[in-house]
Design a protein around this ligand. Structure first.
Ligand SMILES: Cc1cc2nc3c(=O)[nH]c(=O)nc-3n(C[C@H](O)[C@H](O)[C@H](O)COP(=O)(O)OP(=O)(O)OC[C@H]3O[C@@H](n4cnc5c(N)ncnc54)[C@H](O)[C@@H]3O)c2cc1C
Ligand code: FES
Length: 271
């Protein structure tokens, strides 16, 4: 884990409330990175203390000159980040967390990548890993959920991958694209069709992850969920991010999302 200063290299608005920000990083950062890891970003810059707390964001993509975050504006910190000028110095630490267990992905595994809303940022890092390691696209089902079609990000890029074998399914709450309803409707259908149980990896809103986790356990599919809890320190000190785990030991029913996660095997969580 590094504590470092990073320069804003590029900032691109994608939708009225979503943007991509490219940040510089130390060389070793890229070598240490595991898909699904995140960084804590000080939105105040190195010389200010308001807001005091850094904000956690998934590392979406590695680039030759740094890495990219994909950010949805929800409050003060993300609003401040959206207006960062190119060249601004930010204070960061990372990469943090455990990341997805990529070693369990074998060339003949079938994997299901499920992203809800801005959870796509974390899932893209895993999809990029699959592309880089020449994992066969025909073995990947990418399932996207969003409120409406305009909130589906990177969709043109994913459609190009469909031509190369990727299976893509979409669900929207308003039916503007794909299935009219929840992402989990698509998954329960696909779990019935798929012969070999897929390994499921997902990031998105907690209600989606809970429903998905239950479906996966019913179907006995291995399933790994990336949780986006609220965080204060990001490295295991403040206990601000704890969530309940399955345990017989009632004295220790908690895990830290920042340190033990953010990716958890579904069978270890109390959903
Ligand atoms: C491991 C991890 C990875 C994340 N990756 C991304 C990412 O790639 N892109 C992205 O846009 N966001 C991501 N988030 C969520 C992001 O950290 C919050 O949206 C951000 O901290 C909000 O900061 P703010 O100052 O704008 O909002 P605040 O003013 O702090 O809060 C505004 C609103 O957002 C809600 N909120 C704040 N934090 C979270 C959270 N963690 N989850 C759900 N709701 C929250 C608050 O309850 C409140 O309603 C991630 C969170 C975690 C823990
Ligand atoms: S955010 Fe502080 S312990 Fe996890």
């Amino acid at each position: 884990m590094f504590l470092f200063h990073s320069t804003v290299l590029r900032l691109t608005e994608i939708t009225p409330d979503t943007f991509r920000i490219r940040l510089s990083c130390p060389e070793n950062f890229v070598r240490q990175f595991i898909p699904g890891q995140f960084v804590m970003v000080s939105v105040a810059g190195p010389s200010h203390l308001d807001p005091l707390l850094k904000r956690p964001f998934s590392i979406c993509r590695l680039r030759s000159d740094g890495f990219e975050l994909l950010i949805k504006v929800v409050g003060r910190g993300t609003e401040m980040l959206r207006h960062m000028a190119i060249g601004t110095l930010l204070s960061l630490h990372g990469p943090l967390g455990n990341g997805y267990p990529v070693k369990i992905i074998k060339n003949d595994s079938r994997i299901m990548l499920v992203a809800g809303g801005i959870g796509i940022a974390s899932i893209i890092s895993l999809l990029d890993y699959c592309l880089e390691t020449a994992y066969p696209l025909k073995n990947i089902n990418l399932i996207l959920g969003a409120r409406t079609s305009s909130e589906l990000l990177y969709i043109d890029e994913f459609r190009q991958l469909v031509e190369k074998g990727l299976s893509l399914s979409i669900a929207t709450d308003d039916g503007s694209v794909g299935h009219y309803g929840l992402v989990t409707d698509l998954i329960s259908r696909q779990l019935q069709d798929v012969e070999n149980n897929p390994i499921i990896f997902s990031c998105g809103p907690m209600p989606m992850l809970t429903a998905l986790g239950k479906l996966a356990m019913e179907a006995s599919c291995p399933c790994y969920l990336s949780l986006e809890s609220r965080m204060a320190c990001g490295f295991g000190v403040c206990l601000g991010c704890v969530t309940r785990k399955k345990t017989k030991d009632e004295k220790h029913p908690w895990v830290k999302v920042c340190q033990d996660g953010p990716v958890f095997d579904v069978t270890t969580l109390m959903l």
